[in-house]
Design a protein around this ligand. Structure first.
Ligand code: GTP
Ligand code: MG
Length: 216
């Protein structure tokens, strides 16, 4: 019999399952991608806060490397949650000042990942809440639409603006998506303050087929 799990602490996001995340592999080539089971990937502009969001989700500051230098994560980093489930930190897009060859390699790797990865169940797209939906974000949303991949937008770094400005940005983003006839759920987030962690956990539980199953 498995040990009984303790009830979640009152008013605290129940991200306990995600705390067991462990680094699996940094892949620079598609043939290194693990497959099978269920996977959720984090994409977004360089420096948007992808690695920080993963670390907050998993309560582990040292899990995904974060940096003040844009373009830090150049490889596709896989983290195992259990034998069947993974989180994926994708290389950031939109970094200026990188050689064309690097951009081309990035494009190829991302296309391979998004088009061929059978286990991919959803994409979390990270945007700075102060300037969401830039050109590359739209491209990523078009990509999701093309590959019929569900998208969830995290408007992160919310701690940098006031609560009413956070809501304004969220509503504006929803409106712009509607106008463009693109489908994505949208939420406010802060890796620093853990704002919106519950909402993110609920979305990931659903994509990773964890909802309504017993979790440790
Ligand atoms: N205030 C605040 N800073 C944040 C938040 N999330 C990330 N940052 C900061 O933003 C910078 C970039 O964060 P990363 O998580 O490394 O961003 P990334 O998207 O993984 O970047 P690349 O791997 O380079 O593409 C770091 O200095 C973080 O500390 C947040 O919610 N609030
Ligand atoms: Mg990163």
């Amino acid at each position: 019999m498995p040990p009984m799990s303790k009830p979640a602490e009152k008013n605290k996001p129940d991200n306990r399952y995600y705390r067991q995340a462990r680094f699996l592999i940094s892949a620079g080539k598609a043939k290194q991608f693990p497959d099978g089971g269920y996977e959720v990937a984090f994409a977004g502009r360089s420096n948007a806060g992808k690695s920080s969001a993963i670390n907050t989700l998993c309560d582990n500051k040292g899990l995904a490397r974060t940096s003040k230098t844009p373009g830090r994560t150049q490889l596709v980093n896989f983290f195992a949650l259990d034998e069947k489930r993974r989180l994926v930190d994708l290389p950031g897009y939109g970094f200026a000042r990188v050689p064309v060859a690097v951009k081309n390699a990035w494009q190829k790797l991302m296309t391979q990942y998004l088009s061929e990865q059978q286990s991919l169940n959803g994409l979390v797209i990270i945007m700075d809440i102060r300037h969401p939906l830039n050109e590359t974000d739209w491209q990523m949303l078009e990509w999701c639409h093309h590959y019929q991949l569900p998208a969830h937008i995290l408007l992160t770094k919310a701690d940098k603006i006031k609560r009413n400005a956070q809501q304004k940005s969220k509503l504006q983003t929803i409106r712009q998506l509607k106008d463009a006839k693109l489908d994505a759920s949208v939420q406010v987030f802060s890796a620093l303050k853990k704002t919106g962690l519950d909402e993110l956990v609920a979305k990931l539980d659903q994509w990773l087929q964890l909802a309504n199953t017993s979790r440790i």
